[in-house]
Design a protein around this ligand. Structure first.
Ligand code: PLP
Length: 411
């Protein structure tokens, strides 16, 4: 939903320079129509089978965004008690909430049970014991799926490959059947599914299918032992196009390939995060200063690694564009922030049109793992977030104040 009209970059029907003037910078800006269209793509791909599309809300847990997705009929994939809280507040039906994570605390498990979420994606034998105990104390039955590590290694950054041998995630593949047999004996546990999630920003369908086939083997073996697995939870991980030339499979292509691996009577859960919100959000920055140093050109902006850590953390690429097309001549520049770290950059060696001091840049496709991963490092107040819908803009998160920074401190 980003496009140039004449010399101005628009998001939906609003000029980004107008948003910058009205709300200041640095600011996250989201397109409601892009979120809807991304979600509908998943929904359409699901039509022939029963199941749920659970938005992975760790990618973006802004209340207004969660509310849009809840309204579209999405479920939620959560990874903490705090995320469950946010999702309930945003209007998700608890029976559409799944909860994964290697380190669920007793308090979080109790809160999830009390909230009547749909299922726990259990990642260790000891976690199973604790859930069984807590559920027993509360006189409840806990629905569970085991998260199985299928030992596949997709082509992505090592920090976001989660389904290969030697990562902390899930039950080791060779222990999967044993886990189900153990669960069968637990009084307060009800087995409803199987879960796997192999990683993030994956641009090929093949590793997903390899994982699905390995999971199918476990399902067959478990069912031969007299148990029934009704839900196949295939996780998230589908990538988005960050860089020109990158090819991305559609949800339809991915999902139909996975469907073909499993029997027709299975229900499915998908947990897309990045592919729902990634290209729907962008980060607006202002050029504070320009300088040449060591033979290089630097654009110093008001966006720091505390606002968007992906370039620093994963060496991630985000395309950066001036919001006004005023110059043709380009210069190779580093786009950096104000923070006292050499890792504080949004882009390196970018060929960008010459921009003046005070002009605005857009760091694109920052909707996923952007605001959600931001921090107050360097005592920079959390930034503002704006939602665009057609011609309308709405502030969905106020820029924090200095007072907010010290709100919980005790002197
Ligand atoms: C992070 C995560 C997701 C979402 O991954 P994306 O790559 O953002 O789609 C889904 N499921 C689980 C268990 C996750 O940890």
């Amino acid at each position: 939903m980003l496009k140039f009209r004449n010399d101005d970059l628009y998001i939906e029907n609003v000029k980004l320079s107008d948003i910058a003037k009205e709300y200041g910078t640095s600011t996250y800006v989201y397109s409601k129509q892009q979120i809807i269209s991304n979600f509908e793509n998943y929904k359409k791909a699901m039509v022939l089978r029963d199941g749920l599309i659970c938005f992975a809300c760790k990618t973006n847990s802004s209340g207004a965004i969660l509310k849009i997705l809840a309204g579209l009929g999405a479920g939620a994939d959560t990874t903490s008690g705090g995320e469950i809280y946010r999702c309930l507040k945003a209007g998700f039906n608890p029976s559409n909430i799944v909860y994964a994570g290697v380190g669920k605390t007793a308090e979080e498990i109790e809160y999830a049970l009390k909230s009547k979420i749909f299922m726990f994606n259990v990642e260790s034998f000891e976690e199973l014991d604790i859930i069984d105990k807590i559920a027993g104390k509360m006189k409840r039955k806990a629905n569970i799926a085991f998260r199985i590590n299928p030992y596949v290694n997709p082509d992505t950054h090592s920090y976001i490959a989660t389904g290969k041998k030697g990562t902390k995630f899930g039950i080791p593949y060779e222990d999967a059947v044993k886990a189900y047999l153990t669960a069968k004996k637990k009084k307060n546990i009800s087995v409803v599914g199987i879960h796997y999630h192999i990683g993030s920003q994956i641009l090929e369908v093949e590793p997903f299918v390899v994982a699905a086939k390995k999971i199918k083997k476990i399902v067959d073996e478990v069912e031969m032992n007299g148990m029934w697995i009704s839900y196949i939870d295939c996780g998230g991980g589908l990538g988005i196009k960050y860089e020109k030339g990158e090819k991305v499979p559609s949800p339809k292509c991915l999902i139909s390939e996975i469907f073909s691996v499993f029997d027709k009577d299975k229900k499915f859960i998908f947990e897309p995060g990045r592919s729902i919100i990634g290209n729907a959000g962008h980060l607006l920055a202002k050029v504070l200063y320009r300088k040449m140093s060591g033979g290089k050109s630097f654009l110093i902006t008001d966006v720091g690694m505390n606002d968007l850590i992906r370039p620093t953390l994963y060496d991630a690429y985000h395309e950066i564009v001036p919001v006004k097309k005023t110059r043709v001549k380009k210069v190779r520049s580093d786009v950096v922030g104000p923070i006292c770290e050499s890792g504080d950059f949004m882009g390196k060696d970018r060929m960008l049109p010459i921009v003046d001091q005070g002009e605005y840049l857009l760091v694109t496709c920052a909707g996923a793992y952007g605001a959600a991963m931001s921090s107050e490092y360097n005592s920079r107040p959390p930034l503002a977030e704006v939602l665009v819908d057609g011609k309308q803009t709405k502030l969905i998160r106020k820029r924090a104040s200095y007072k907010d920074l010290v709100f919980n401190e005790i002197l």
